[in-house]
Design a binder for this molecule. Structure first.
Ligand code: SD4
Length: 323
């Protein structure tokens, strides 16, 4: 019997939707996946990776690995861009942003959270215990306290001193590559070949009260699609939000770009939006695909990242840059 024209059209439509996945699968079949692997932003990515690696090599979930990994800089008072010891806003409040996403597209986020050392774990609780994705400010704090998190002062004497110094001029000018740490974004692929991502920060130093950056925004600060890959960002969050940065990187990988090409194209998009401003600010992207291949690219030199896998022993690299 001759197949009807309608049936033919239906079959072609199905085939054409399947095609990109089929070709991706064909590609991935040739390469043996690197797993587990964990990759994270900046110099402080190294100690964070080491913690995540323990979870991954114990056959733990990528989700647990990224949460445990970013706890390290969150708790370190000497790191002035994440968690405890983070630089305050211009009114002297330390307000934290964080988000987390797993292989099932579950995600949770907090923004403008005060007094809690581990915002990433509050974000995970938002993901697991609420019908929502994002809680902010007082509501996020109330939720954290109700879930057993302890309230504490996050403004260290050193950060307070630096803020008071800043108040003398009160000139808001984000510093590129501040002491080689900034936001921590972490991506992991576990032994079961599942991906997760986490991102946590105190945001831009001396930001306006209430300012939210890219880091707690799913699709900007992190994005995970377990069929394709995961991405995270660091730097001037406003520019990342404008291009839905991490989502863009993952979608570029879906279109067949390598993680490296995807990061480069996303940075190129920022340059296209802001040809002048982009010369004086930093934005960096990290990406990993389902095979454990990674990529990194930034606007400016100096964006470092750490990689831990079976073949790379938690080494630091400097990303290539547009300028
Ligand atoms: C933000 N991307 O809040 C974050 C933090 C950061 O330099 O990277 N600060 O925009």
């Amino acid at each position: 019997m001759k197949p009807s024209r309608r049936k033919f059209l239906q079959t072609s439509a199905v085939l054409s939707t399947l095609l990109p996945f089929t070709s991706l699968f064909a590609k991935s079949k040739t390469a043996e996946p690197t797993k587990p692997v964990v990759i994270s932003t900046w110099d402080f990515g190294k100690p964070a990776n080491a913690e995540a690696w323990k979870v991954l090599t114990n056959k733990g979930r990528a989700l647990d690995a990224v949460e445990m990994g970013v706890h390290v800089p969150e708790a370190d008072p000497l790191i002035t861009t994440v968690g405890y010891g983070g630089a305050p806003d211009r009114d002297g409040h330390v307000t934290l942003d964080a988000c987390i996403m797993d292989e099932f597209a579950n995600c949770g986020s907090v923004a403008g959270l005060e007094h809690i050392v581990h915002p990433i774990s509050v974000a995970r609780k938002v993901m697991e215990k609420t019908p929502h994705v994002m809680l902010i400010g007082d509501g996020a704090l109330q939720f954290a306290l109700a879930n057993g998190f302890k309230k504490q002062n996050l403004l260290t004497p050193a950060s307070e001193k630096a803020w008071k110094e800043w108040l003398k001029t009160a000139n808001y000018k984000p510093i590129v590559n501040i002491e080689n740490h900034d936001t921590i974004g972490m991506l992991a692929l576990d032994m079961n070949q599942n991906l997760s991502a986490a991102c946590t920060t105190s945001g831009m130093a001396y930001k306006m009260r209430g300012r939210v950056g890219d880091s707690p925004i799913i699709g900007a600060g992190v994005f995970v699609d377990n069929e394709i890959g995961a991405a995270t960002s660091t730097g001037v969050g406003e520019e990342v939000i404008r291009i839905c940065g991490s989502h863009l990187v993952v979608e570029l990988m879906r279109q067949g770009n390598s993680p490296q090409e995807a990061c480069e194209k996303a940075v190129g998009r920022i340059v296209k939006n802001q040809p002048k401003k982009s010369k004086e600010m930093q934005v960096g992207f990290l990406a990993i695909n389902k095979n454990g291949e990674h990529g990194a690219f930034a606007l400016q030199k100096g964006f470092t990242f750490a990689v831990y896998s079976n073949s790379i022993n938690n080494e630091l690299f400097e990303a290539k840059s547009y300028y």
